[in-house]
Write a protein that binds this ligand. Structure first.
Ligand code: HEC
Length: 472
């Protein structure tokens, strides 16, 4: 069963690029119903400017939707509840949020750091330092080893080693698994065992090719562990692999991230374009998993009592999370996930919980058409702690645990493929700050606290790894 709409699949490759050039149903709705009074460039007319970030009649999504539905009878803003559906109104709200963000970004763009220059932010001033420049091709993830060396994945397959002197070795590790390099697929996450000094295990998460040639190639996320000896991958063991039936030709939404906590390995499998399958616990896609580091399933996982369920599942209803981290203070798991057009999420991951995709979502389809009724909340489904509309294309998430930036301790740093690095503070289970630290350095793939206490960022276009160091 394929439930992803063709438009959704096609556009999910493009992300920021080219979205405006495609037919845009929300834009059409706006032009037909709103532009006569609010202006075709949102500049206002009889009605006010709808892109300036000033919402006189309520600035929440619900408030804006209410004005569109019921109108403002005293001010000659018509009510649209009879002519537009709830989902169309929801997509207009998403659309107006996009315009608002564009205006705001133009008026006060986030800092665009220059190498060596000091960047100011609310809690710390910092500089950007390049750690690895030339020689990397689409780096995806970074893992630190106890001896000071680092492993870096490149999406086309290679696993690279940067030695403890910071030198990127030209030859990748020999003998790592074959990957399916298709769309968003390839060699993705790398993680070292928490007990690496004793057990030597390295974990790799990647798009695994099943069979077929060219367009018939099918893939699915797979996780293996192995050791590196003499610059060669050895002792490989499979930790997670889906049954062949679940491999598909879709080149998108593999996920993923891996984290360790409390003797468990947690990892993400994206929904692979099978939107509704994210709700189905008998299917592997659209889920976050908890297993023992050797792949065995803990008996107290939430769905082990259900014969038909996949027992490794920890939470479900996920679209395509590509950031995951632990808050070491209370061992809570946090993940960021890509929404469609709007509706990227920052979630606290709880045992057995349903994160709602695609039943509830704050975004719309890439073509500006509404999504599944425009529902954003539902009983029994989790609300995100924060959602980004428009999307930041969330990728990479770290809870900062270092000592170099004391005022950032235990804040969350969320990257985005559109280039923004967000600093998020959570207090008493609520987001109390979401600050854009910078933009414009490239697509952010991964964010990590280094053992040296600096904040590391893996970037694409241009491909490199940088770190934030204090400027004080
Ligand atoms: C006949 C003219 C007219 C049309 C058509 C119209 N509006 Fe309005 N709209 C107004 C007026 C007038 C106001 C009130 C402006 C004010 O408060 O100064 C308003 C206010 C609003 C507000 C509240 C703005 C704020 O500052 O809080 C929103 C949101 C809005 N309109 C959205 C829409 C959308 C979306 C459409 C199309 C579906 C639309 N309007 C169509 C005239 C119109």
């Amino acid at each position: 069963m394929k439930t992803g709409s063709a438009a959704c699949i096609a556009a999910s490759f493009g992300l920021a690029i080219g979205v405006q050039a495609k037919p845009d149903k929300a834009n059409d709705l706006y032009l037909e119903n709103c532009a006569s009074c609010h202006g075709s460039s949102f500049e206002g007319g009889l009605g006010g400017n709808l892109a300036d970030g000033i919402w006189k009649h309520g600035d929440t999504d619900a408030g804006i939707a209410r004005v569109i539905s019921h109108g403002l009878p005293d001010l000659s803003m018509p009510a649209f509840e009879k002519t537009l559906s709830g989902e169309q109104i929801r997509s207009l709200v998403v659309f107006l949020r996009e315009k608002e963000k564009t205006t705001r970004t133009q008026a006060s763009p986030p800092p665009q750091p220059k190498e060596g220059g000091v960047v100011k932010s609310s809690a710390h001033d910092y500089r950007i330092e390049t750690v690895a420049g030339g020689g990397l091709k689409t780096p995806w993830s970074l893992a630190f080893l106890p001896d000071g060396s680092r492993l870096i994945t490149e999406r086309s397959g290679p696993l690279r080693l940067m030695d403890s002197d910071g030198k990127l070795l030209p030859e990748p590790i020999a003998g790592t698994p074959q990957v399916l390099e298709l769309g968003q697929g390839g060699m993705l996450d790398v993680a070292a065992s928490p007990d690496f000094a004793n057990d030597g295990w390295i974990y790799l998460a990647f798009a695994d090719p099943l069979d077929g040639e060219g367009e018939k190639k099918r893939g699915m996320l797979k996780i293996v562990r192995g050791r590196i000896r003499d610059h060669t991958w050895t002792d490989e063991e499979v930790i997670f692999q889906a049954a062949p039936d679940f491999y598909t030709t879709a080149g998108h939404h593999f996920g993923t991230r891996m984290i360790f906590d409390g003797g468990y390995l947690y990892f993400i499998v994206g929904e692979r374009g099978g939107m509704l399958q994210a709700q189905d616990i008998t299917r592997p896609n659209g889920k976050i998993y908890r297993v023992f580091p050797d792949g065995r399933i803990p008996e107290d996982n939430p769905f082990t009592g259900d014969k038909n369920a996949i027992p490794g599942i920890w939470s479900y209803g996920h679209r395509n999370p590509q950031g995951m981290t632990i808050d070491p203070r209370d061992h809570a798991i946090y993940a960021t996930e890509h929404g469609p057009r709007g509706g990227d999420e920052f979630n606290r991951i709880r045992k057995g919980a349903n994160y709602g995709w695609p039943v509830i979502c704050y975004g719309m389809n890439y073509d500006g058409s509404p999504l599944n009724g425009g529902l954003t909340e539902k009983e029994g489904m989790e609300q995100p702690l924060l959602h980004w509309t428009p999307s930041i294309a969330a990728c990479g998430l770290a809870c900062y645990t270092g000592d170099k930036f004391p005022n950032w301790k235990y804040d969350f740093f969320a990257g985005g493929l559109r280039g923004e690095l967000h600093r998020i503070r959570v207090q008493d289970g609520k987001v109390v700050a979401d600050e854009v630290l910078f933009s414009g350095l490239g697509r952010i793939r991964d964010v990590r606290t280094g053992p040296d206490g600096f904040l590391y960022i893996v970037l694409n276009q241009p491909d490199r790894i940088v770190r934030l160091v204090p400027a004080e």
